[in-house]
Design a protein around this ligand. Structure first.
Ligand code: ADP
Length: 213
């Protein structure tokens, strides 16, 4: 009985602390081709969040021929990362554009350790924090297959060329994968199997998020 009461109190405490913050901020993580974009859409609909995809924002800027787009293009076309300072400033202004958001899905950000630190700083200025990192895990040969297949519909220059695809995966392993350690250190890391039917993968993500509240 005493144990049950303690457990109930703990659950109540967790719910209250999440409610008082009133936001869910999710980092959707994983290598190129892991399915972050596809699954983000489903999370946005279910949890009423704002989707911030740094790749999408860069591509929009390239299409509109802005100065930011011109700067980002050469890095993206080669499958390299856009410099931290540029990316962090861009994300900061995107965050500020949604003052009423109930929470965010960060898709493709943070991709380096300085970006992870900057994100924590930006959120703490708003008395917010990251709720969890959900990391979609997919093996390398499957990633290559998915990206080359996606090139047919995405029309993305960085999807259609095997050497650029391989460079993106290498950049991920070298610069981005270590970011997971940062969230593991905060007990916010969830590994999610990214292989299977889309609905199955979404359900794995929903279950992980639902354990938070
Ligand atoms: P994917 O996850 O399939 O690689 P994205 O759309 O997330 O696709 O990213 C495409 C490209 O945009 C990256 O290869 C990189 O050049 C650039 N980019 C996106 N997000 C970041 C980031 N957080 N930091 C640096 N560059 C980024």
């Amino acid at each position: 009985m005493a144990e049950k009461t303690t457990k109930t109190m703990r659950v109540l405490y967790i719910c209250t602390s999440i409610q008082s913050k009133d936001m869910i901020n999710i980092v959707l993580f994983g290598p190129p081709g892991a399915g972050k974009g596809t699954q983000s859409e489903r999370l946005v609909n279910r949890y009423n969040l704002v989707h911030l995809s740094t790749g999408d924002i860069f591509r929009k800027n390239i299409k509109e021929a802005t100065a930011l787009g011109t700067l980002a293009k050469s890095f993206m076309d080669a499958g390299n990362l856009v410099p931290d300072e540029v990316t962090i400033n861009m994300l900061k202004s995107e965050l500020e554009a949604f003052p009423e958001a109930k929470g965010f899905i960060f898709d493709g950000f943070p991709r380096t350790s300085p970006q992870a630190l900057a994100l924590d700083e930006m959120l703490s200025e708003k008395e917010q924090s990251i709720s969890c990192m959900l990391a979609l895990e997919v093996e390398e040969t499957e990633l290559e297959k998915r990206l080359l297949g996606r090139a047919e519909t995405s029309g993305r220059a960085d999807d259609g060329d095997i050497s650029i695809v391989r460079n993106r995966i290498e950049v991920y392993k070298r610069e981005t994968a270590p970011v997971a350690e940062y969230y593991k250190g905060q007990n916010k890391f969830f590994a999610i199997d990214g292989i299977g039917e889309l609905d199955e993968i979404s359900n794995r993500l929903f279950s992980a998020i639902d354990t938070l509240a």
